[in-house]
Design a binder for this molecule. Structure first.
Ligand code: UDP
Ligand code: MG
Length: 218
């Protein structure tokens, strides 16, 4: 992307010569595990937000081996929605594998990953896409407040992990753990996402010289 090695810090300039993707298709990839209580309200909110984008899109819902009615509800939503594509994993492989399965199918030039339990708000989507349109390769959401999380078991480990990751990767993002992210397609196709590595995408990206920025999310 024409950047010096190690210069892929959040806040660095976007890659100047990146292709303009603002008219290209967007793929929204969402993993679900036993979310039958939340999938319909999430879908309604998501649909509202993507319709307002005014650009082509597809939605990819991945059922990660749910044992409740999640997949049944997905199939029902799909009947009336040609933009919705479904992936059904036979077992519960975990969020990362589910994301990987969905991203492999994605056809959009821009790929957005987010949680389907309403912890990520689809209303934030336009901001993610605006950053991609500025030329960034990867836009990483960060939680501006974690007030609801217990300090010792969630906030402290997260702070330590973020500090270590920033220290050793040279990529200073506030929050590496959030899976609400937007990628240029060539980025997500070239950076390994396996195991728990989705949490380390920014670190991997520094090796691949990718322009990363971050965005406060609700
Ligand atoms: N999820 C999944 N497989 C799993 C666990 C979770 O696909 O084995 C989905 C889940 O339905 C949700 C997203 O991944 O849409 C985030 O999961 P969760 O809310 O458990 O993670 P947290 O909020 O603790 O980061
Ligand atoms: Mg959650």
């Amino acid at each position: 992307a024409g950047m010096e090695h190690g210069s892929a810090k959040a806040g660095a300039r976007p890659s100047p010569a990146r292709p303009d993707l603002s008219a290209e298709q967007v793929s929204i990839v969402v993993p679900f595990y036993n979310e039958d209580a939340l999938i319909e309200p999430f879908y309604t909110r998501l649909k509202e937000a993507v319709e307002r984008l005014g650009r082509p899109y597809e939605i990819i819902f991945v059922d990660d081996g749910s044992r409740d009615r999640t997949f049944e509800l997905m199939e029902r939503l799909k009947v009336d929605d040609p933009t919705l594509r479904l992936v059904k994993l036979r077992w519960n492989f975990g969020q990362t594998a589910a994301l990987t399965a969905g991203c492999e199918l994605a056809e959009g030039e821009v790929i957005v990953t987010m949680d389907g339990d309403l912890q990520h708000d689809p209303a934030d989507l336009p901001q993610f896409l605006a950053k991609i349109d500025e030329g960034w390769d990867l836009v990483s959401g960060y939680r501006s407040e974690r007030a609801g999380d217990p300090w010792l078991t969630r906030r402290l480990p997260s702070a330590v992990a973020n500090w270590l990751m920033a220290r050793f990767s040279g990529v200073k993002l506030r929050d590496f753990g959030t899976t609400f992210k937007a990628y240029r397609r060539d980025v997500i196709k070239n950076v390994p996402l396996y195991g728990d590595f989705h949490r380390f995408v920014p670190a991997l990206a520094s090796v691949y010289k990718i322009a990363i920025t971050e965005l406060p999310i609700k």
